[in-house]
Design a protein around this ligand. Structure first.
Ligand SMILES: [Zn+2]
Length: 312
C-alpha cells in the first residue's frame, strides 16, 4: 500500500467511522522510524507531514528517501505524505513534484476573498495531479476567559463562511480554528476547545473531514523530565486528550502532532546527558529518544482511535 494513490479515501474512512488519523511532523530519521514503528505495531493508517522548515532543514529529497525506505519496510501501512502549512502555490507545486499526495495551503492570514483565490489556485493544480488539498479558515489561538464573544467569533472558524469557502474553493479538508494554538504553551489554565463549533461545522459541511492544528497534549510526564534534567518549560500546557478523543468522533479526521514529538525527544536526550555525562555516542541518546517517541505515538493512536483501521 505504502504511499496511497487515493488519499481522500483514507480521509473519508476516518471521517465516516469517527476516528482521526494522526498527522505527525518528520524532520529526521529517528523520528520517522519511531512513527512508522508505532503505526506498524498498532495497524494504523498514517499521515507524515513535512513543514517548509523541515524541508529546508533536512532537504526534501532526503526526507522523501527516508519515507520511501520506511514505506518499503512497512508496506502494510497506508501513508499520506503531506505538506504542512504551505505558504503559497509555489511551495505546494514543489511538494507535489517531490511526490507528496496531499498539501495544505494556508492563506488564512489574508482576507476571505484572497484566501479563496489562493486556495482555489492550489486546488486546481493539485486535483489535476490526484493530490488532495487542506485549506485553513479562521485564526488559530487560545480562547482565554477574558476574550469577549465578539473577539472569539472574529478569530474562530465561522460555520456560514466555511460553507461558502468550501463551495468556492473545492478544498478537500478544512483546518478550522476552534481554540487551539501551535507550540507548547497553548493555554494559561485548563485548555478550552470549542467542541460545539466542531459539531456545528460538521453539520453544515457534511462529508468534509476537518483538521485540528495545535493539537499536541504536551504530556506533563515529559515536561517534568525536561525540567528535572536542566530544561525550563515551566507552564507548558496542551490540549486534553479527552478533548481530542471527543473531537475525533465529531468530524475531526486529521490531528496534527509536532510539539509532543519534540518534547519527548528533548526529554530523553536531556536525561541521558545528565545521567551519563561521559556518554558521547549519538546512538546512545538518539536511540532511547526514538524508543520513547514510538511509545508516545502508540498512545496517541489509542487516543485517536486509528489503531486496527488498515483496510484489506
Ligand atoms: Zn498547524
Amino acid at each position: 500500500m505504502a504511499i496511497v494513490k487515493n488519499p481522500l479515501e483514507l480521509m473519508m474512512d476516518a471521517y465516516e467511522n469517527g476516528y482521526a488519523i494522526g498527522a505527525f511532523n518528520v524532520n529526521n530519521m529517528e523520528i520517522s522510524q519511531a512513527i512508522l514503528g508505532a503505526h506498524a505495531a498498532k495497524n494504523a493508517p498514517l499521515i507524515l507531514q513535512l513543514s517548509s522548515g523541515a524541508r529546508k532543514y533536512a532537504n526534501t529529497k532526503m526526507l522523501m528517501d527516508i519515507i520511501y525506505s520506511l514505506a518499503d519496510q512497512y508496506p502494510q501501512i497506508p501513508i499520506i505524505v503531506h505538506q504542512d502549512h504551505g505558504a503559497d502555490l509555489e511551495t505546494c507545486v514543489s511538494a507535489i513534484e517531490a511526490g507528496f499526495n496531499s498539501v495544505m495551503i494556508d492563506a488564512s492570514h489574508y482576507d476571505f476573498a484572497e484566501n479563496v483565490r489562493i486556495t482555489k489556485e492550489v486546488v486546481d493544480f493539485a486535483h489535476a495531479k490526484g493530490v488532495i488539498v487542506e485549506a485553513e479558515l479562521g485564526k488559530l489561538g487560545g480562547i482565554e476567559e477574558h476574550v469577549s464573544v465578539d473577539e472569539k467569533d472574529a478569530r474562530l472558524t465561522d460555520p456560514a463562511e466555511a460553507v461558502d469557502f468550501k463551495a468556492q474553493t473545492g478544498c478537500d479538508t478544512l483546518a478550522c480554528a476552534i481554540g487551539t494554538s501551535h507550540g507548547a504553551y497553548k493555554f494559561q489554565s485548563d485548555g478550552k476547545v470549542d467542541i460545539p463549533r466542531v459539531q456545528k461545522l460538521t453539520e453544515v459541511l457534511p462529508g468534509v473531514p476537518l483538521v485540528m492544528h495545535g493539537s499536541s497534549s504536551v504530556p506533563q510526564e515529559y515536561v517534568k523530565i525536561v525540567n528535572k534534567y536542566g530544561g525550563d518549560l515551566a507552564g507548558a500546557r496542551g490540549v486534553l486528550e479527552e478533548t481530542i478523543k471527543e473531537a475525533s468522533k465529531l468530524g475531526i479526521s486529521k490531528v496534527n502532532i509536532d510539539t509532543d514529538l519534540r518534547l519527548v525527544m528533548t526529554a530523553m536526550i536531556r536525561k541521558v546527558f545528565i545521567e551519563s555525562p561521559k556518554e558521547f555516542d549519538p546512538r546512545k541518546y538518539l536511540g532511547p529518544a526514538r524508543d520513547e517517541i514510538q511509545k508516545m505515538v502508540e498512545h496517541k493512536i489509542d487516543v485517536l482511535g486509528s489503531g486496527g483501521k488498515i483496510r484489506g
